[in-house]
Design a protein around this ligand. Structure first.
Ligand code: HEC
Length: 388
C-alpha cells in the first residue's frame, strides 16, 4: 500500500512538476510563460475555467507555474531588492491559488489567477528596454483568445510588447466610448454609461509606459493631449487628463538624467519628493518617481540607500496599486525593517506599516486588529528594538 502511494506521488512529480535548476532568469521565464499562456484562455472565460473537463489540465498548469517559480528561487537576478518582493508575493500567491483550485474554490482561484498578471507586471515594468527581443516572438497568443481589447492589451503589456499594447489600449478606449454612445441612444439618456473601468485603466497604462517604464514625459504628454481630444471621452476623465497634462508639463521642463550615485538619488528626492511622499497624490508624479527608483535599485542592487528606497517604494505602491489579494507595499516595508533594522529608515517603515495595518482594520466599530496581525507587528517591533 505504502509503495503504491509512493509510486503515485512520484508519478505526479515527474509528469506535473519537475524539479530543476534554471541556468538563468530567461530560462525560468520561458517555462513560466508556457504554463501561463496555457492558462490564459481559462482565466478569461469563467465557463471554461469551471468546466469539470478542464480540471486536470488547469491543475497541471497551475502546478507547473508555481513550481517554475519555486525552481527560480536561487537566481541572482530574482534576489535583487527590486525583484525579490514581487517574487515573494507571486510565489505565495500561486501556492494559495493552486490550493484553492485543488479544494474546488474555483471562482476564488480564477480571480487570483487573473490578479497574477499584475505581479508579473510589477517586475517587468522594472526591466530596462531592450533586455529581451524574444518577448516579441513569444506573443503567439492571438486577439481571439481574449474577450476584449483591454484584456489583450494587458497581455501584451505583461510581455512588454509596449507598442502593440498601446495600440490595443487606444482601441479599447474608442470601442468603449462607442458602446456608451450606443447605450445612450437606446436608453434615450445623455448620461448612461456602462459601469466599467477599462477606459480609465487603459489611460493609466498608456501613461505608465511613458513615465515609469520609459521616462519620456514628452511622449506621455502627446498621448494625454490626444486622448483629451477624443470625442466622447467621459468628463471625469477629461478632468483627470487635464491634471496629468499639468504634471507632465512640469516634468518635461525638468532636465533629469538617470542617477549615477546615491548623491544623485538624494538630490532628486530632496528636490522633487520633498519630505513626506504621502503628500504627493499625483498619479503621474508617483509613476515617474517609482520608475527612477526602480532603475536605480536595479542598477545598484547593493546600494546603502536601499532602506530609504524601500520606504518610498512602499509608500508609492500603497497609493498606486490596490489589490484585494496582495500588497507589495507591505513587503517593501517589511524588507526595510527586517533587513535594515539599524537604519533610521527602518523606524519610518515600521510606522508606515503599522499605519497601514491599523487603517485596514479600522471601521465604525473602532480598530479591530486580528491576532496574527498583532503578532506580526510585535515581531517587527522586536526586530527594531533588538537592533538598538
Ligand atoms: C520576480 C520578478 C518577475 C516576476 C514576478 C515575473 N517575471 Fe518574467 N521576467 C523577469 C526578468 C528579470 C526577466 C528578464 C530575463 C532576462 O532577459 O534576463 C523576465 C522575462 C520574462 C519573459 C521573457 C523571456 C525572455 O526570453 O527574455 C517572459 C515571457 C516572462 N518574463 C514571463 C513572465 C510571466 C508570464 C510572469 C507572471 C506569471 C512573470 N514573467 C513574472 C522577472 C519576473
Amino acid at each position: 500500500m505504502t509503495k503504491h502511494i509512493l509510486t503515485l506521488c512520484c508519478l505526479i512529480l515527474t509528469t506535473g512538476a519537475i524539479a530543476k535548476d534554471y541556468k538563468n532568469t530567461k530560462e525560468a521565464m520561458n517555462e513560466i510563460f508556457k504554463a501561463f499562456v496555457d492558462l490564459v484562455p481559462y482565466a478569461g472565460n469563467e465557463m471554461k475555467f469551471k468546466d469539470p473537463k478542464s480540471e486536470e489540465y488547469i491543475k497541471d498548469r497551475l502546478l507547473k507555474l508555481k513550481t517554475a517559480f519555486q525552481n527560480a528561487k536561487h537566481l541572482k537576478k530574482i534576489n535583487t531588492p527590486g525583484f525579490s518582493p514581487s517574487y515573494e508575493t507571486i510565489s505565495q500567491h500561486l501556492d494559495q491559488t493552486y490550493e484553492g483550485f485543488s479544494m474546488s474554490q474555483k471562482s476564488f482561484a480564477r480571480n487570483r489567477l487573473k490578479a497574477t498578471a499584475e505581479m508579473c507586471i510589477s517586475c517587468h515594468t522594472q526591466l530596462p528596454k531592450g533586455t529581451s527581443n524574444t518577448f516579441r516572438s513569444l506573443s503567439k497568443v492571438s486577439r481571439s483568445t481574449f474577450d476584449n481589447d483591454y484584456e489583450y492589451a494587458d497581455y501584451l503589456f505583461l510581455i512588454r510588447n509596449y507598442t502593440q499594447a498601446a495600440q490595443y489600449y487606444r482601441q479599447e478606449i474608442l470601442g468603449r466610448i462607442k458602446k456608451n454612445t450606443e447605450l445612450r441612444k437606446i436608453q434615450k439618456s445623455n448620461t448612461a454609461v456602462f459601469i466599467d473601468f477599462t477606459i480609465e485603466k487603459s489611460l493609466e497604462r498608456l501613461v505608465t509606459i511613458y513615465t515609469k517604464v520609459f521616462y519620456k514625459p514628452e511622449k506621455a504628454l502627446k498621448e494625454v493631449l490626444a486622448q483629451k481630444s477624443v470625442e466622447g471621452m467621459p468628463r471625469n476623465l477629461v478632468k483627470k487628463l487635464d491634471d496629468w497634462k499639468e504634471d507632465l508639463e512640469k516634468w518635461e521642463k525638468r532636465k533629469i538624467s538617470e542617477f549615477k550615485s546615491e548623491k544623485d538619488l538624494n538630490k532628486f528626492l530632496s528636490q522633487y519628493v520633498e519630505g513626506e511622499i504621502n503628500q504627493i497624490s499625483s498619479h503621474v508624479d508617483l509613476l515617474v518617481i517609482s520608475g527612477f527608483l526602480y532603475r536605480f535599485l536595479n542598477k545598484y542592487p547593493n546600494t546603502p540607500a536601499e532602506p530609504k528606497v524601500l520606504l518610498f517604494l512602499g509608500s508609492i505602491d500603497e497609493v498606486l496599486n490596490h489589490s484585494y489579494f496582495y500588497s507589495l507595499s507591505e513587503i517593501y516595508l517589511k524588507r526595510c525593517i527586517t533587513r535594515f533594522p539599524k537604519s533610521s529608515y527602518a523606524k519610518k517603515c515600521f510606522q508606515k506599516y503599522k499605519d497601514q495595518v491599523e487603517f485596514g482594520y479600522t471601521g465604525t466599530a473602532g480598530t479591530n486588529i486580528p491576532d496574527e496581525e498583532q503578532a506580526e507587528l510585535a515581531r517587527l517591533k522586536k526586530i527594531l528594538n533588538n537592533a538598538k
